[in-house]
Structure formats: C-alpha cells, structure tokens
Ligand binder design. Structure first.
Ligand SMILES: Nc1ncccc1[N+](=O)[O-]
Length: 229
C-alpha cells in the first residue's frame, strides 16, 4: 500500500519512522511519503490560506495549492482514495480502518485553519474517491493528529505489518465488543490474584470466561455497541 500525506507540517510525521509503521516502511509493506503543501505554492510567501468569503474569523486554505498537490499525487486512473480528516466527517471506526486497509493508494489531506476550500473536494471527487472522516467529536487544530491515528489503525492491518495476525483478531472493536481484561505473571501480585479460570489450562472455559468479560465490559462501558442497543 502506498500512502501520501499532504500537510504544512511535514516534520509532524517524523514519528512514523519508528515502531511498527517504521518497520513496515523499511520492509516495503507501507510505501509512505510526506509532502509539504507549500511545495505547490508559487508566490514568494508560499501562501496557502486566505480570508473566508462571507466573513467570519480565521482563514481558509486556498484551493489552487491543493489542486496542484493532488494533481501530482492522485493516480490518473482514479484508483486513489483521498482521505480528509475533519470533525465534519463520518466517524472513523475499526470497520472503516479495515476497508481502507484493502485500498492500494491512500492520500491524506491534512487541513489547517478553518479548513480547506470546499471546491477542492468537489474537484477531487471527479478523479478519486473522497472520504471525509472524523476521529471524534472534538476540535483539533488540524488534520495531522487525526491522520496519524488513522494511518496507524489502517497500517497495522496491512498483511505482514503486525507479526502475528492472530493478535489482530482478539482486540477491542474487532468483533464488535470491547476486549477482555488481560493478565501475566505473577499469578498473585500485591494481594491481587489472576482469575482462577485463566490458570486452569481448560481452553474452553477460558474462551467462555473471556467472552463473558467482553459482553459485561461492553454493556458497562459502551452499551451503544451492543446489537440490542
Ligand atoms: N476532530 C478533528 N479536528 C480537526 C481536524 C480533524 C479532526 N478529526 O476528527 O479528524
């Protein structure tokens, strides 16, 4: 999978050179490129924003630098997916991460200020699949933090990125439920003991207990996730 990121803060993504995503990059599983939007400006001040039509506070990102950048990055055959992190987007969920992990080319448009001129997405929709996604109902200063989270959630699902694919299955939200509590040695720690069933060696009972824990925790913390919610 190729991922291109367009941002006015390219240094923000230096962290993607470490940990799993970093290894996947070195291993060629994730072909990740970060681009500075200002590379596609032509004026001396490398201007990327201007005042909003209709008035109001803040600045809006100009359309032309974005069109130049996307013209350079979107595949001519229309097979690219343009991911736009925005609080006005569809809530980003594990199901969306899984579907994005199937795509061959993702371009992340990280907006700043009050956002990007809306015509950019109309224009881009004629040459790519445009997906506006929200990380959550709060306001960040730009799309970079959200893009980072989405790239990690998607990147780790790309086959080969996570060593043991088994570990991708038993996780929160993978099966619609929150994950069960986990324990490791010592069996007794500061007066707190690991549940006996986990020491029983009886795999069937362990699986039943774990599922019960998932349902109980989901009902307590995220009743909205339960089917009969
Ligand atoms: N919440 C957000 N705030 C600013 C930019 C993007 C955002 N998001 O959720 O993707």
């Amino acid at each position: 999978m190729r991922i291109d990121i367009v941002t006015i803060f390219p240094e923000f993504f230096g962290v993607l050179d470490v940990s799993l995503v970093g290894k996947a990059r070195q291993g060629g599983l994730l072909d990740l490129h970060v681009h500075d939007l200002r590379s596609w400006t032509t004026d001396r001040h490398r201007t990327v924003d201007d005042t909003p039509y209709g008035g109001g506070a803040g600045m809006v990102m100009k359309p032309e630098p974005w069109a130049q950048a996307l013209d350079a990055l979107l595949r001519p055959d229309g097979s690219s997916t343009l991911v736009v992190p925005t609080p006005a987007g569809t809530p980003f969920r594990q199901t969306i991460a899984r579907s994005l992990a199937e795509h061959d080319h993702l371009v992340f448009a990280c907006g700043r200020y009050e956002g990007i001129d809306a015509r950019v997405f109309e224009w881009a929709a004629a040459r790519s699949t445009v997906v506006e996604l929200s990380l959550g109902d709060y306001v960040l200063n730009g799309g970079e933090v959200a893009a980072m989270a989405m790239i990690e959630a998607v990147g780790r699902l790309v086959p080969g990125v996570v060593g043991n694919p088994e570990s991708l299955v038993e996780e929160s939200h993978e099966d619609g439920l929150l994950e069960y509590p986990s324990y490791t040695k010592p069996a007794s720690w500061r007066g707190l003991d690991v549940p006996d069933v986990l020491l029983s060696g009886h795999h069937g009972r362990v699986a039943t207990w774990r599922h019960e824990q998932q349902v109980e925790r989901t009902r307590r913390v995220r009743p909205d996730l339960l089917p009969d919610a």
